[in-house]
Each structure stands twice: as structure tokens, then as C-alpha cells.
Design a protein around this ligand. Structure first.
Ligand code: GDP
Length: 473
């Protein structure tokens, strides 16, 4: 397959010691040959052997020197993309890198799209799709966990597991098909039980993988946390305290935190992605209304709600509205302003909660709700809050080096689909359906898992996945 030659700046476009321009494709060597000269001012790049690195200069059309460089030459298939690749190590200034890139483009290369080098590695068969995604995840990793799981994924941890499961499923499909084709030689007698055992085992493995997906997302991307509460209860003060800096605007006028603010906070192994919402209350003010609408949407998608209450004041109908809004969500109710005279205590909240939901006051304890007294002003209760969150989200979830985590939502969906198909096989087995019923659903489980490796995905999805990469990767 003939492909055009692509080029991009592969390092960050900022002023650093060195920068790398990567060129890949059939004409990579030929193109750089035109603009590279050695010490003797000769264009000799095409004569260099594979996997060698050379000192020299990048020159303009008129022979003016642009920069002093080191150029590495890699020949297909021994490169990242499995194509001929030339990497130009030049000085790292943004302007210099752009000039050299521009010379490379002028000499015949095309500007690479984001992720196109990795896409070529995938299309040329060097890596499967889950490994390609791992490359992207490594680049975007924000904490140790994300980095570790991505590196494991690149090494093939996810691919291996999925391949093994697919092989096992394929074996059963092949067995059924052969038996149906050649009933004289291959008997299906007693097969139902055998298949049933195998389906049970594979289902169990898929379920286990799926369980790691939620933990995986939380550890990798952080806990989606939303701070809610009426105006003036101390939400911004709490956020500032968590941030350790004055990020949100703290005021005495009710309703001044208009829009939502988003911040990422790291607590040891756990990351909180915190959204501070506009104070929720009935409002005629349109700007505030937009904030409130957005808050409702954020609450829906949250993993954790921090509901701040001013404990020096009584609860009212706005709190009732908030309680209804966050019903069913994992919530920590923070009784803030505990430095002031307490009006609303734990008991008052329990009673209020019970009256809102028409239940007895023990009801709150059966729900995913904890209560904590804090004072944002006096910086009290923060440690207890950290502990509570860690207990809730990290308990027993210490990451071991070898443990396989599914951290990619696309993988999670594919596994869930495969699981659904396996459940279908079980149903057919229980109903003693004809054998070809089993193979239809086994086939679809096989195809779903194939999506993780990229063997059954359409071109559109491939393009979408690679478009999320950064330039030069
Ligand atoms: P928000 O509207 O919910 O974001 O509330 P702010 O964080 O802007 O706080 C409103 C007012 O309450 C400010 O004057 C804060 O200084 C004050 N405040 C916040 N937390 C506490 C606290 O723990 N104790 C006391 N006494 N005042 C607080």
C-alpha cells in the first residue's frame, strides 16, 4: 500500500533544549535528503544505513543553514510506524522547529494529523488498538495509577487477556460449527454441559474485568465531585480550603458564585475533580438560572456530592429542593460554620430528611450519606473529610503492579456487550435451544471483544480514536 509521507513536530512546541521533527512514509529519507547536508556540505542522507544517527545541517533551498542537527534514519519495518522514518533533532525553540517543519513540508511531506503516526503503527499491524490507546493514555496520564495502567496496557496486558478470551470463545464456535457440518465424526453429545461450564467461566472473567472498570476510571481520572448548597453557606470557602489557594471568589452577597468552577485536587492516590456549583435556590435571575441548570446536569453525572449546610441557620425549602436533587447520590453532608452557634445539627438533618422523604429518621443511615461537622473559616474538619473520601473510594483498592484494570470507556462498553451475549448463550443453554443459537451469540461476544483490539472496528471509529492524539504522536 502506497502512503504519502507525513511530518510533524514530535516534541512540545515550547522553548526547550532540543526539539524533534518526525517524518514518516515511503519518501521520508528522500525528502529529508534534499534539505540535509553533512559537515562537507554534501547531501548524503540517502546513503546512510538504517538505524544510524548523523550530525549535520538542515539547509534552505538556497543552501543557507537553518540549524545544526542530529538526524536519525530508520528503515521499514523497524520504526514506530513500521515505515521509513527520519527524525530531525534540532534546537528546541518554537520558531526553529516551525522553520524546519516548514522546510520538510516544502520538500514534499504532508503535515500529519493528530495521532497519525500511531494510527500508521496500528494500520501497519505493529500494535493493536488497545495498545495505540495506551500510547495516548501515557501522554495524558495525570497520576501514578494512570501511568502504570497505561504502560501495562501498552505492554499488552489488556490485549493478552482479551485475546485469550476470544480464543476460548472461538474454539467453542468452531467446535459447534464443525459438529453441525460433520455430525458423523464429531458428536455434540454431552456438549451442553461442557459449554455451560465454559460459558460460566468466561462470564465470570468478563464480570471481573467490568468491575475493575469503575475503580479504574475513578483512580485514573479522579472522583467527579460536586459541591452543592444554598448561597452563602461556605461552598467557595471550602473549595478554596481544598485548593489551598484563593481560586473561587468568596463574597458575603448571596448568589455571587454564578457559574460552575472546576478544579482538580490530589489527595495521595486519589484525585478529586471538583465542581463548585452556583448556589441552588429559586431564582428569577437568568444568569443564575443557567448556573443552576448546569448544576443539575453536573449532579447527575457525579460520583460524589459534597452538600454544604450552614449549621448556624435553619434548613428551609431550598434545602428540601437540594435533597431531592441529590437523592440516590453518594453524599457527604458538611455541617459548615461549626465555629458558630449550632442551629442545625445531625439530628435536625435526619429529621428534616425523614420529613422530606416521608420516612423514619433512621432512613438516612441506610442511604449513601455521611455527615461531618467542619469549619471552612477555621480550617477544621478537612482531614476527617479526606479520610472519609479515601475510605469510601479507596478502601481495599490498592493498586498492585500486575493487576489488570480496564480504564478505557470504549473497552468497558465492549466487555459489557460481550457479557450480554454470554448471558444470552446461557439462556439458550438453559432452554436447550438448538446448537446454532449458541454460536450466534458466541460470535457476537467474539466480535464485541474484537472491538477492543481494533479487529472489528469501522474506519470512522479508528479515525475518531486517533484524532484524540496530540500532534507528532
Ligand atoms: P458560598 O456562597 O456558599 O460560596 O459561600 P462563601 O464561601 O462565599 O461564604 C459566605 C460567607 O460565609 C463568607 O463571608 C465566608 O467568610 C463565611 N464562611 C464560610 N465558611 C465559614 C465558617 O466555617 N465559619 C464562619 N463563621 N463563616 C464562614
Amino acid at each position: 500500500m502506497k502512503t504519502d509521507t507525513i511530518a510533524a513536530i514530535a516534541t512540545a512546541v515550547s522553548d526547550a533544549g532540543i526539539g524533534i521533527i518526525r517524518v514518516s512514509g515511503e519518501e521520508a529519507v528522500f525528502i529529508v535528503h534534499k534539505i540535509y547536508q553533512n559537515k562537507e556540505k554534501r547531501n548524503v542522507l540517502a546513503q546512510y544505513a538504517a538505524n544510524t544517527i548523523h550530525y549535520g545541517f538542515i539547509v534552505t533551498e538556497n543552501g543557507d543553514i537553518l540549524d545544526e542537527v542530529m538526524v536519525s534514519v530508520m528503515k521499514a519495518p523497524y520504526s514506530y510506524t513500521m515505515e521509513d522514518t527520519v527524525e530531525i533533532n534540532c534546537h528546541g525553540g518554537a520558531l526553529m522547529m516551525k522553520k524546519i517543519l516548514s522546510a520538510v513540508l516544502h520538500a514534499g511531506a504532508r503535515m500529519a494529523e493528530p495521532g497519525e503516526f500511531t494510527k500508521r503503527a496500528f494500520l501497519n499491524g505493529r500494535i493493536d488498538l488497545s495498545k495505540a490507546e495506551a500510547v495516548m493514555d501515557i501522554i495524558h496520564a495525570k497520576n501514578e495509577f494512570a501511568l502504570k495502567t497505561s504502560v501495562n496496557q501498552l505492554k499488552g496486558s489488556v490485549s493478552e487477556k482479551i485475546k485469550t478470551l476470544r480464543d476460548q470463545i472461538l474454539y467453542e464456535i468452531a467446535f459447534i460449527e464443525s459438529a453441525l457440518d460433520d455430525p458423523e465424526h464429531i458428536s455434540l453429545e454431552g456438549y451442553e454441559q461442557k459449554l455451560s461450564d465454559q460459558v460460566f467461566r468466561i462470564t465470570e472473567e468478563l464480570e471481573k474485568l467490568l468491575l475493575t472498570a469503575d475503580d479504574g476510571r475513578i483512580l485514573k481520572e479522579g472522583i467527579r465531585t460536586v459541591i452543592v448548597g444554598k448561597p452563602n453557606v461556605g461552598k467557595s470557602s471550602l473549595l478554596n480550603l481544598l485548593m489551598g489557594q484563593d481560586r473561587a471568589i468568596v463574597t458575603d452577597i448571596a448568589g455571587t458564585t454564578r457559574d460552575t468552577l472546576e478544579e482538580t485536587i490530589r489527595f495521595g492516590d486519589i484525585t478529586l475533580n471538583i465542581t463548585d456549583t452556583a448556589g441552588i435556590r429559586d431564582t428569577e435571575d437568568t444568569v443564575e438560572k443557567i448556573g443552576v441548570e448546569k448544576a443539575k446536569k453536573t449532579i447527575k453525572e457525579a460520583d460524589l456530592i459534597l452538600y454544604v449546610i450552614d449549621s448556624s441557620e435553619a434548613l428551609d425549602e431550598n434545602d428540601e429542593a437540594i435533597l431531592k436533587l441529590i437523592e440516590g447520590k453518594k453524599t457527604i453532608i458538611l455541617l459548615n460554620k461549626s465555629d458558630l452557634q449550632e442551629v442545625t445539627d445531625k439530628k435536625a438533618i435526619e429529621g428534616f430528611y425523614a420529613s422530606v422523604f416521608d420516612h423514619n429518621s433512621q432512613f438516612i443511615e441506610e442511604k449513601d450519606i455521611s455527615l461531618l461537622r467542619i469549619s471552612a473559616k477555621e480550617k477544621k474538619g478537612l482531614e476527617a473529610l479526606k479520610n472519609l473520601i479515601e475510605e469510601d473510594f479507596l478502601h481495599g483498592k490498592i493498586v498492585s503492579e500486575d493487576e489488570l484494570y480496564i480504564t478505557n470507556i470504549r473497552h468497558k462498553e465492549a466487555i459489557a456487550d460481550a457479557l450480554e451475549s454470554m448471558h444470552q448463550v446461557k439462556k439458550s443453554l438453559d432452554a436447550h435451544m438448538p446448537e446454532d443459537f449458541y454460536s450466534i451469540d458466541l460470535m457476537s461476544a467474539y466480535a464485541s471483544l474484537g472491538r477492543i483490539l481494533g479487529v472489528e472496528v469501522g474506519e470512522d471509529l479508528v479515525n475518531k480514536i486517533f484524532a484524540e492524539f496530540c500532534m507528532g504522536k
